[in-house]
Design a protein around this ligand. Sequence first.
Ligand code: AMP
Length: 115
Amino acid sequence: MALDSNCLFCKIITGDIPADIVFRNENVVAFNDINPQAPVHVLIIPTLHVENAGDLAKVSPTLTADLFLAAAEIAAQHKLNGYRTVFNTGIEAGQSVFHAHLHVLGGRGLAWPPG
Ligand code: AMP
């Protein structure tokens, strides 16, 4: 489906819910996470409603690449020396919003393995 009127992130795409949008093109929208876990914490979402990262490639062969290209652009804007990209897919992995989103985290040292 193109957009889901019950989805929080679809409402950010349409502007019905405000967000601090930092990057936008035809295929993706990026905005600052409301509860940042690092000095830079941006969420990048497809402008189509796709439930999780596992479904992205089923919808479009290029959408995943569009998300990572936007991540690189945001990292360059912030002059990050390194950054982490994360998809949480499914409840057990911590996914809480069921519109696929790529977390971009940076601006501090990031431990490995993650929790
Ligand atoms: P996840 O747990 O991987 O599904 O990530 C969902 C993320 O969305 C969390 O990091 C939340 O802080 C973030 N979030 C939830 N609501 C909003 C909002 N209205 N604006 C920006 N970020 C949000």
